[in-house]
Design a protein around this ligand. Structure first.
Ligand SMILES: [Ca+2]
Ligand SMILES: [Ca+2]
Length: 316
């Protein structure tokens, strides 16, 4: 798994209690992380102390922890809850419907839920940081992608951490828009999606790397695509030649890679004939690898070609 930070804001220790519902973090020790694979979305939350029950480390405290997912306009879409309060003890996904008079309330029924099983779908581990002067802990949890609409996580969203000491509403770490009299919400609990992950390393060569404005040449382009992820990948490489290049050939080429094993490489080559009519340094082409769900998983631009003017050489 490769957790990526989604919240590097400074989140204070001791602003809420007890410590096991106190989300903490800063830029060097991010408060929230996420990861995604073909089956699950994973979240990681940094807490001021151990969220497991004192008298039984195989269980969580009688509280709730979660992630509110909003669109870029700030409208809540879903909430994910690790709900160990009362007799619930489930990881739940709710559609985030809420009414004006109960903006902190959990409304409706879960659209998806699984029993909390520590070590299977919920994990607790030492975080290695010491906010508040004592060790912090990670609470990790995973939810099946099937709980969400198809390709939901391909779109940009805002992710907010929250916590509660009960399973009916959010009453501790409150991200906007959840608030109620006597409680303020905290926009710093929210963050964006992680940067898209490079899974395919693209390396490109162009021969030759020099030319003249008046000279029509044939350039040979090779693209080597290596699967640097730990899963088998299928994807399409789209290579686009610089807009300044004048040619009768196709300036956009597509190459398909199917079921490429981790660590495996594949090479593609093509030739294109034409010229750059103006002098200068140009990035010859730009290649992008895109998977079946339209995620960009690899990118490379260049190399540069240096084009010199023909003027003055006419007389040589
Ligand atoms: Ca806090
Ligand atoms: Ca701590």
């Amino acid at each position: 798994m490769a957790f990526q930070p989604i919240n590097t804001n400074t989140l204070l220790a001791g602003d809420v209690s007890p410590c096991s519902v106190d989300i903490v973090g800063n830029n060097a020790n991010p408060a929230l992380f996420m990861d995604i694979n073909n089956e699950f979305v994973f979240f990681r939350m940094r807490l001021n102390c151990d969220p497991r029950a004192n008298n039984d480390p195989t269980k969580l405290d009688n509280f709730a922890w979660g992630i509110l997912i909003k669109d870029l306009a700030g409208i809540p879409l879903f909430s994910i809850r690790v709900n160990a309060s009362g007799n619930v003890n489930k990881v739940q996904v709710f559609e985030a419907e809420f009414s004006d008079d109960s903006k902190d309330a959990f409304v409706g029924s879960p659209i998806c839920q699984q029993n909390i099983q520590l070590g299977t779908n919920v994990f607790v581990s030492l975080a290695g940081s010491n906010f508040g002067g004592d060790p912090d802990f990670f609470l990790d949890f995973r939810v099946p992608l099937s709980c969400f609409p198809d390709n939901f996580f391909n779109d940009q969203h805002i992710f907010c951490g929250f916590t509660s000491t009960n399973g009916n509403n959010i009453n501790k770490e409150l991200p906007p828009p959840y608030t109620k009299p006597g409680n303020s919400n905290n926009p710093a609990l929210c963050g964006g999606a992680p940067p898209s992950e490079e899974k395919v390393r693209l390396v490109k060569t162009v021969t030759p790397l020099t030319g003249r404005t008046c000279e029509v040449q044939t350039f040979t382009v090779t693209i080597t695509a290596t699967n640097i992820s730990n899963q088998t990948l299928s994807y399409t490489i789209t290579d686009v030649v610089n807009a300044q290049f004048v040619t009768l050939d196709d300036k956009i080429r597509n190459f398909t890679v199917t079921n490429q094993a981790p660590g495996a490489s594949q090479q593609f080559m093509y030739m294109i004939t034409g010229n750059f009519p103006i002098a200068g340094t140009f990035s010859f082409n730009m290649a992008t690898a895109v998977d079946a769900a339209d995620n960009v998983i690899g990118f490379v631009e260049g190399p540069d070609v240096v084009i010199t003017p023909c003027r003055g050489l006419i007389f040589s």
